[in-house]
Design a protein around this ligand. Sequence first.
Ligand code: SF4
Length: 186
Amino acid sequence: MLILLHVCCAPDATTAVERLREEGYEPILFFSNPNIEPQEEYLKRLEATVKLSNSWNLKLVVEEPDRISWQQQIKGLEDLPEGSIRCSKCIEFRLRSTAAHAKRNGFHVFSSTLTTSPKKNSKIILEIGESVAKEFKIEYLHRDFKKKNGFLRSVILSKELGLYRQNYCGCIYSLRNRAKNGGCEL
Ligand code: SF4
């Protein structure tokens, strides 16, 4: 069965694709990430996703990043930390665009690679996914891909495939936070 899979980054997609295929799904990758800045970083992550799609024979759909609408979505929340309501709004934006594309193109189900990251709260992603699914009258398939060493598996597969792995979540605010704290946000 075809499934539209929102891809936040290629490394996170490795585990998700492997597991969905084990379940009998055939994922169509959907790259919709207007949160990623600067443009150079956006292109690096997109290039890694293209590489994954070519290596594993996956169809890839790339949505033109609507940065203005994304910025409006998180307006007033810019200074909040990672894991706050800003991130919930950001995830909601990307899952909504995935569900909208799925609906327009005859998919019955969608999912996201976001749960591969140990930094992302699966429960919140589940709530957002279900709410968006209800809005678009489509099914959201929730899988917590980080479970059963899913993140570690993504590290191994990414290395094997030579995929670029980022060291901050994506938006300019998470980049600034990393620069300030020297931390690593995935
Ligand atoms: S830290 Fe990540 S999830 Fe949160 S708003 Fe920025 S890009 Fe989105």
